[in-house]
Structure formats: structure tokens, C-alpha cells
Design a binder for this molecule. Structure first.
Ligand code: SF4
Length: 376
């Protein structure tokens, strides 16, 4: 199984789609090495994320502890502090590094509130390549403001021989806001079609399967059902900076336990986890984040392989584009069916409702204002 570990809610970006930066954690309460030791050694994939994980002074020690616990360790970062990552990449060249980038030049800087951020990311990525990192890439969130840049970013990653992870704008309790709505769903989805076609033309097998993942993102953008059932809480779990364990970072009612107070096995196999998984099985949110999409795309009997339907779609459409044909997107996507946000469970931002310091440090108040999001 996979784990997403949110080391901190501190962040020095100022993103328009995520207000974690307005709600930082107090470092004194952030999950520490002693608690992280409790994690088992059996993960397929472990993503260190935030907030901005490079703001943790003990990031290198955390990587030393977690690297042997997983087949693949990732750091998701804003890329503004690459000098902190370089020694880690030198030590573990196969560590996966994904730098968030939301457009070319000023577009990135406007969306992410990062003065000179784009330039720093480009320079940082080149430094990491020079360091010998062998699993490097950018990560982009599709939104109206950057969709015209997506192909350019993808081609740039091809030139550098690095990866591009994609997601689509969505709401989550973790983001402390609920207005992450795509304004022109169909127009945005059509641009993603172009990316899918280019990915299938690529020589990298990974990109062919990313093409399928992006097909799922079109469904997400249009408000359709997921292509495969969500298995959060079973195949992927989130741990927040206070050690609280959630099935995902979207619904805060999917709480499974606390790693500071409990052992991993008690949480994962406990009665609370079982109840949470029942809610996941009927969850109407239809997310298609990388974490929940790639686990859902796996073959249930042979998790290292994709599902047969995924494999078939990839092989069929790869052959099609190689032979000069076009993907028949109408066959896979109903563009007449464009969802309404009224069907989604509405979240209420608690931004400005609580004093930041209180939210940071109080065990009892940290998500109090969000407790009614999914009260149904
Ligand atoms: S579909 Fe539901 S359970 Fe799955 S990630 Fe989204 S909110 Fe969480």
C-alpha cells in the first residue's frame, strides 16, 4: 500500500488554490522521528508532502528513517529550497522528487504566489539533474488559469527527460477553502485531450499510462463518476502533521486514528478503519487525485500490473496514434454530461474564523471548524 505523509502545514508559497499557508502548524506539534518509527517497513510507495516539507529542519533524518520503509520514497516540494534536497538526492539518487509548477513564467508565480518562483524551479530542477537524481519531475494542477501552458510544460519535461505528474483543481478540507471550481469545464477538458494524445506518442511507457490517468482527470473535470472505485483507506492513507490518520485529505470525516497515540496495525486493522472504508466505498466525491487514481488503476490480483481494462485502453490507443489515427474521445467521454457543483458536498471554509495560533497548536481545535463538512 501507499502512504502520503504530511510533515507540516507550514508553507512559503502563497497558492490561490490552497490556503495551507494561511494555517501553518506549530513545529512543536508536528509529527517527529519517534512517531514515524512506528510506521511499518512494507510500503510500496511513500510520499513526503506538506505544506512544504523542506521547511522541516529534520527532513534529511526523516528520509534516512523512511527510505528503508518503502520501495519508493517521494518528496513533493514547491522547489524553492532545492539546496536542502540536493544532499538527499546525492545520498538516494532514486528518490522521487516532484516540484510543483503551475504554468510558465509569471503564470506560475501568480497562481502560486511565488515571487521569482518559476525561475527558481527551473534552476532547481537543473541542479537536481546535475546532482544525478534519476526520478525527477514537475507536478501541475489543471485549472483555467494555466491550461494553455500544459503542453509547453509537458514538452519541457520531455526535453529534460524528466516526468510530469498532473491533477485537476479540487477542494479538500486540507486546503482550508472550498471554491476550487473549474469555470470552463469542457474547454479545459478538451485541452487535456491534447496532452493525452501527446503522452501516447511518447516513447516512455510511463507516459502512456499517464495518458489514461489524464483521461480520468477529464471525467473529474466534467464532474463524472470515477473510472474505477476509490480505495483510499485501504491502498492509500494520509497522515497529517499531528499524526492523525485519514483515508484521504478531502473528507475530514474519514478519520482512522492517531499515530502518536496508537500503533499502525491497530489503526489500519481497527473498527474505525472498517467503518471508514464503508464510507469510502460509497463516497460521492469522485476524486481522481494521483494517489487515489494510480492505486485504483492497479490490477487487484497482481498489483504491480495495471487492470486489464487500463492495459487494453493503453495498447489500443497507443497503436492508434502510432498508426496516425486519432483517439475517439467521444467513445470514452460524454461531453453532453457536464456535472454541476451543486451535486458535490459543499465545504465551508474556516478561514478567518479561528486565530491562526489556536489552529496551529491546539489538539482539540485543529479541524473543529471543518467537522460539519460531511455531516450527513
Ligand atoms: S473519492 Fe472520496 S474517499 Fe476517495 S479520495 Fe475522494 S473524497 Fe476521499
Amino acid at each position: 500500500m501507499d502512504l502520503s505523509l504530511i510533515l507540516t502545514y507550514r508553507c512559503d508559497s502563497r497558492c490561490s488554490m490552497c490556503y495551507i499557508w494561511k494555517n501553518p502548524t506549530d513545529p512543536a506539534y508536528e509529527i517527529d522521528l519517534k512517531v514515524l518509527e512506528k510506521l511499518p517497513n512494507t510500503f510500496d510507495y511513500l510520499n513526503i508532502t506538506g505544506g512544504e516539507p523542506t521547511l522541516r529542519r529534520d527532513l534529511a533524518e526523516i528520509c534516512d528513517l523512511l527510505y528503508p520503509k518503502t520501495k519508493k520514497l517521494e518528496i513533493s516540494t514547491n522547489g524553492l529550497h532545492v539546496d536542502k534536497i540536493i544532499p538527499i538526492v546525492k545520498k538516494y539518487p532514486d528518490i522521487k522528487i516532484r516540484i510543483s509548477i503551475e504554468g510558465v513564467g509569471e503564470t506560475n508565480d501568480i497562481i502560486r504566489g511565488e515571487k521569482g518562483g518559476y525561475q527558481k524551479k527551473i534552476e532547481g530542477m537543473n541542479k537536481l539533474i546535475g546532482t544525478g537524481g534519476c526520478d525527477l519531475g514537475f507536478a501541475t494542477t489543471f485549472q483555467d488559469e494555466n491550461i494553455d501552458h500544459i503542453l509547453e510544460i509537458y514538452r519541457y519535461t520531455l526535453n529534460l527527460n524528466i516526468e510530469l505528474a498532473t491533477s485537476a483543481l479540487h477542494n479538500a478540507f486540507q486546503f482550508h477553502k472550498n471554491d476550487n471550481v473549474i469555470y470552463h469545464r469542457k474547454a479545459l477538458a478538451k485541452r487535456v485531450e491534447e496532452l493525452i494524445t501527446e503522452m501516447l506518442k511518447s516513447k516512455k511507457v510511463k507516459n502512456w499510462f499517464r495518458a489514461y490517468l489524464n483521461l480520468g482527470l477529464i471525467h473529474k473535470i466534467l464532474g463524472h463518476d470515477r473510472m474505477h472505485a476509490c480505495t483510499q483507506g485501504t491502498d492509500n492513507i494520509f497522515v497529517d502533521p499531528w499524526g492523525d490518520v485519514y483515508a484521504c485529505n478531502v473528507r475530514n470525516d474519514l478519520y482512522m486514528g492517531n499515530l502518536k497515540k496508537q500503533d499502525w496495525n491497530d489503526i489500519y486493522n481497527g473498527a474505525t478503519a472498517k467503518e471508514v472504508r464503508k464510507k469510502v466505498a460509497v463516497c460521492p466525491q469522485n476524486c481522481w487525485m494521483v494517489s487515489s487514481a494510480k492505486t485504483a488503476m492497479r490490477n487487484k490480483l497482481h498489483p504491480k500490473l495495471p487492470r486489464t481494462s487500463v492495459l487494453w485502453w493503453v495498447v489500443f490507443n497507443k497503436l492508434k496514434v502510432e498508426l496516425g489515427g486519432n483517439i475517439n474521445f467521444e467513445k470514452y467521454i460524454d461531453y453532453e454530461d457536464i456535472g454541476s457543483d451543486e451535486n458535490l458536498i459543499k465545504r465551508t471554509s474556516y478561514l478567518n474564523d479561528l486565530d491562526k495560533k489556536t489552529v496551529q497548536s491546539s489538539e482539540s481545535l485543529k479541524y473543529t471548524q471543518l467537522s460539519n463538512y460531511f455531516n450527513r
